[in-house]
Unconditional design. Structure first.
Length: 101
């Protein structure tokens, strides 16, 4: 009766074992905005073309997987919650509700 738990049990719940639905929505919206900008502006110089491609590039970089986290977007949200979250923690240890009679 030995049970073996796989190392990455969440990958079965992800799309292509990598992406959450929000990640794909973010990626596709960034690429869609870039395509629309390229069609509307039709850039003639390299700087304008780079500006048109920036939304797609930024969204692609946000959904790139990184070690120890899901992707870069998750790293940024964790950093923001750490730096701007509450720093003063109330003690709720193992003896918090113990009563001695």
């Amino acid at each position: 009766m030995n049970y073996l738990i796989p190392a990455n049990t969440k990958s079965g719940k992800l799309i292509f074992n990598v992406f959450r639905p929000f990640d794909l929505i973010l990626f596709l919206s960034g690429v869609g905005v870039s395509i629309l900008l390229l069609l509307i502006i039709s850039p003639s110089t390299l700087p304008i073309a780079i500006i048109c491609l920036l939304p797609g590039l930024i969204c692609t970089l946000l959904v790139v997987p990184v070690p120890n986290y899901h992707n870069v977007y998750v790293v940024f949200t964790e950093m923001i919650s750490f730096f701007y979250g509450r720093r003063n923690y109330k003690w709720k240890g193992w003896c918090y509700k113990d009563e001695y009679k």
